[in-house]
Design a binder for this molecule. Structure first.
Ligand code: ATP
Length: 285
């Protein structure tokens, strides 16, 4: 069994719209050790690709990203598959946390470890064909991404640990919807020096500075359509989070906290006041 990590986008700037409805962006991906899905791949199965998945809302057929990844791998590498994948979902679904993408990347990595048919570039191309966030999960570490989110620069990962709270409201947002509802006037480059400022603030765990810098172009549409997200963000800030924003296409909110004690207090308050929310504790490293 392997654990497939979640991610958050600490900033996300849409820089343009490219071909095949993908947008170009500039984003800082941070992998999270927690939450993570649990994935098992068996190679001694009946011919075909079979998926069993713990989450009823995730299709267990060829629509599952794990299936897509396995089918693409088999097709490109000329292998007749006899694979069985079991997946325990712990990452909320359609939540902006990259759960499906992480699962798909894990399938590609496990298949290639076993079959050894693709080199790194071929595996990266297969990953991008599975979805825009999949290439990041082939080597999940803090990454500045450009292009369709598939060109990476890896800053020195010498970041101090920052306590993190994740709040998921329990309804999905599709990434396609978020991009369709993006305000066109926000599309454009980041201010010059932004990325360096951001990384410096992260290295210093300067939460005040980070609060001023954190930005997500996909957030306004989500706040407009689901005002509860703005209420939750405000409440996180009023209750003592140092910064809070939507990750990726949403709806999950992440909150940076000054201490683990503060994070756990916030988690307890939100769990008590809003039992219908999924509240997860984690940290940025
Ligand atoms: P991202 O942040 O990469 O845009 P997300 O976290 O918002 O993705 P996912 O949880 O990956 O979204 O799910 C997106 C859609 O993909 C859902 O509609 C879901 O039903 C479908 N899906 C297919 N396979 C999976 C999978 N293995 N895990 C989760 N969702 C899956």
């Amino acid at each position: 069994m392997i654990r497939t990590p979640a991610k958050i986008n600490l900033f996300l700037k849409v820089t343009g719209s490219g071909e095949n409805s993908y947008h170009t962006l500039n984003t800082l991906f941070m992998p999270l050790a927690n939450p993570a899905d649990e994935l098992e791949l068996r190679f001694d199965a009946e011919p075909g690709i079979r998926i069993s998945c713990s989450a009823p809302e995730v299709p267990g057929d060829e629509r599952n990203l794990c299936y897509r990844a396995a089918a693409l791998y088999a097709d490109r590498c000329g292998i007749a598959p006899a694979w069985e994948i079991s997946l325990k979902k712990n990452i909320p679904v359609a939540a902006g946390m990259g759960g499906g993408s992480s699962d798909a990347a894990a399938v590609l990595l496990l298949l290639n470890r076993h079959c050894r048919r693709a080199n790194d570039a071929e595996l990266a191309a297969l990953a991008l064909d599975c979805g825009a966030d999949v290439p990041f999960f082939l080597a999940p570490r803090p990454a500045l991404a450009t292009g369709y989110g598939n060109r990476f620069e890896y800053p020195e990962p010498d970041f101090p640990e920052i306590p993190l709270l994740l709040v998921n409201p329990g309804f999905p947002i599709s990434a396609a919807w978020a991009y369709r509802n993006l305000s066109p006037e926000t599309v454009g480059a980041l201010p010059s020096g932004y990325e360096q400022d951001f990384l410096t603030a992260l290295r210093r765990a300067d939460l005040k500075r980070l609060a001023g810098l954190i930005h997500n172009d996909l957030a306004p549409a989500a706040y407009r359509k689901f005002p509860v997200l703005r209420l939750l963000r405000n409440e996180l800030l009023e209750a003592g989070a140092a910064a809070a924003e939507i990750t990726g296409s949403g709806p999950t909110l992440f909150a940076l906290c000054k201490s683990f004690k503060k994070r756990d207090e916030l988690a307890a308050v939100f769990r008590r006041n809003y039992p219908q929310l999924t509240v997860m504790t984690s940290s940025l490293k």
